[in-house]
Design a protein around this ligand. Structure first.
Ligand SMILES: [Zn+2]
Length: 453
C-alpha cells in the first residue's frame, strides 16, 4: 500500500521543505527533518486506578501479564506521591496536566471543569499544537472522560463505558474498545494518535474488600491480562503499518491493605505509584529502572514525543530528554528486587505535612460522600416512582425532590468549605506563568484590527 507518507517521503518533500521545488542538492539535514516531520507518532497511555506496584510484582509479574511485558520492554520507575493528596481526581489531574494540585487546584472527585482552563490538559496541549493529531480517551469513570472534554479543545473522541454487571466486565469492555481503536489506526497510518485508556476495577476491589484482599489481587491480575491484550493489538498494528507506539502505564495512588477508607492519606501503601515507559523504537533500555520517574512527568513526556513545546510552569519533566531523568537510569540485575528496594525506602512525609494532608482529605471527602449518598437515595426513590404505584410513587417523587434539594445544599456548602481548607493548605495557590492557550487567537484578531465578537 502506498501511503501519503511514503509518497511524500524523500526527494519530493525535500524540495517542498527547501522551497526550491528541486530536490537535487538539498542538504541531507533537510531530508532527515522532512522524514521526521512526516512520521506519524503514536502514543498510548494506560491508566489503572489505585493499583499498588507491590501487588503487581507479587501477583502479575509473569508471562501473560501486560505489566511484565511492558516492564521487560521498557523502563520502570517505582514512583510515589509523598506530600501530595492520594485521591483520584487530584492525581489523575496531575497525570493529565503535568502539574501538582498546588497549581491545578483539584481537591476531590466531584468534577469541575474550571481548573483545566488555566492548567490545560494533555489533550488541550496536543490539539493546540497540532489539531491533526487524533486524540481520544476511553474510560469507565466519567470523571476521566469529563477531563478529556474540559479546557480549550478537548479530545477528538471521548468514550465513556458505564458500569455493566461487574467492574471486571466493564474493564473488559474498555479493553475491547481500546483494541478496536488501536486496530482502526491501520487504515490511517499517517495520522498521529494519542490514546488514553483507563480501567478502574483494582480501585473498586480495594474499596469493597481492602487492598490486602484476594479480590484486589485478582483485579490486578485481570488488568494485567487486559493490558497484555492491548499490547498485542499494538504489536499487531505495528506489523501492518511498520509504525511503533510509545506506551506509558501508570496509576494515580495505591491502597491501604485493610478494608476502610481505602486511600487519601500518606501511608506508603497509599502514596505508592509506578510509571512504566516504553518509547517507540527504543530497545537499548529494555527492562531497566529509572529512580526519578514521577506521574507529573507523563504529560511533558507525551508533548516531547510529539515534538510539541514544553510549558514553562510544568512540575514534571520529559522522560525522553531531561538530563536529570536520563541520569537516573539504572540497569538492575533483578528488576523486581530493585523496584521492591526502591519502594522500601519510601516513608511518611514530615509530621506537619502528614497531618495537614489528612485534614485536607477529611474535608474534601465530605462533599463527595454526600453527593454519592444523595445520588444513591435518589436512585432508590426513582425506582419507586417508576413503578407508578397509586399515592406511593407520588410521595416518593416528593421525597426525592427534598433529598436532592437538601443534599444539593449539603454538597455545595461542604464543597465550598473544602475549597477553603484545601486552599489554606496549599492547593491551587500557584498561578500559571504561561498564558491561556487561546491567547494567540485573541492576539491574531487584535493584530488584524478586528473584533472577534
Ligand atoms: Zn484513584
Amino acid at each position: 500500500m502506498t501511503t501519503i507518507k511514503q509518497f511524500l517521503c524523500g526527494a519530493t518533500v525535500a524540495g517542498l521543505v527547501a522551497g526550491t521545488g528541486a530536490a537535487i542538492g538539498a542538504p541531507l539535514s533537510v531530508l532527515h527533518s522532512a522524514d521526521w516531520w512526516l512520521a506519524a507518532e503514536h502514543v498510548l497511555l494506560i491508566g489503572t486506578d489505585g493499583t499498588n506496584l507491590s501487588k503487581i510484582l507479587q501477583y502479575a509479574d509473569n508471562d501473560g501479564s501486560g505489566f511484565k511485558t511492558a516492564m521487560d520492554g521498557g523502563i520502570t520507575g517505582a514512583a510515589n506521591e509523598v506530600g501530595h493528596t492520594t485521591i483520584s481526581g487530584p492525581s489523575w489531574s496531575t497525570i493529565l496536566t503535568g502539574v501538582w494540585d498546588t497549581k491545578h487546584g483539584v481537591i476531590n472527585n466531584l468534577f469541575n471543569p474550571e481548573p483545566y482552563n488555566q492548567w490545560p490538559t494533555v489533550f488541550n496541549l496536543l490539539e493546540h499544537y497540532n489539531p491533526a493529531i487524533n486524540t481520544s480517551v476511553i474510560a469507565d469513570w466519567d470523571y476521566i472522560t469529563d477531563i478529556g472534554a474540559a479546557g480549550g479543545t478537548g479530545a477528538d473522541s471521548k468514550t465513556y463505558i458505564p458500569f455493566d454487571t461487574t467492574w471486571a466486565n466493564t474493564d473488559a469492555q474498555v479493553t475491547a474498545a481500546t483494541i478496536a481503536q488501536i486496530m482502526a489506526t491501520k487504515d490511517n497510518p499517517d495520522i498521529s494518535n494519542f490514546l488514553f485508556s483507563y480501567q478502574v476495577q483494582v480501585d473498586e476491589a480495594g474499596h469493597e474488600f481492602g487492598g490486602g484482599s484476594p479480590e484486589y489481587s485478582q483485579a490486578v491480575v485481570n488488568v494485567g491480562a487486559n493490558i497484555e491484550q492491548i499490547l498485542a493489538a499494538v504489536a499487531a498494528v505495528k506489523a501492518l503499518t511498520g509504525d511503533d507506539w510509545s506506551v506509558i502505564i501508570t496509576t494515580d495512588h495505591g491502597h491501604q491493605q485493610s478494608l476502610g477508607f481505602g486511600h487519601g492519606f500518606q501511608s506508603p501503601n497509599e502514596t505508592q505509584q509506578f510509571v512504566i515507559f516504553d518509547q517507540a523504537g527504543d530497545h537499548a533500555t529494555d527492562g531497566s529502572q529509572n529512580l526519578n520517574y514521577s506521574i507529573a512527568d507523563i504529560t511533558p513526556t507525551i508533548l516531547a514525543l510529539f515534538g510539541a513545546p514544553m510549558r514553562s510552569d510544568f512540575d514534571g519533566k520529559s522522560m525522553i530528554d531531561d538530563p536529570s531523568i536520563l541520569d537516573s537510569l539504572v540497569r538492575p540485575v533483578n528488576l523486581e528486587q530493585a523496584l521492591t528496594d526502591a519502594m522500601s525506602l519510601v516513608g511518611y512525609p514530615n509530621i506537619g505535612d502528614d497531618i495537614t494532608l489528612a485534614i485536607r482529605t477529611v474535608f474534601t471527602s465530605i462533599p463527595y460522600f454526600i453527593d454519592k449518598a444523595v445520588t444513591q437515595l435518589s436512585d432508590y426513590l426513582q425506582g419507586i416512582v417508576d413503578q407508578d404505584i397509586f399515592l406511593v410513587s407520588g410521595l416518593a417523587e416528593a421525597a426525592q425532590q427534598v433529598v436532592q434539594f437538601v443534599g444539593g445544599l449539603g454538597v455545595d456548602a461542604t464543597e465550598a468549605l473544602a475549597q477553603v481548607v484545601a486552599h489554606m493548605t496549599g492547593v491551587g495557590t500557584i498561578e500559571p506563568t504561561d498564558p491561556p492557550l487561546s491567547a494567540e487567537f485573541t492576539d491574531a484578531w487584535s493584530l488584524l484590527g478586528l473584533d472577534p465578537s
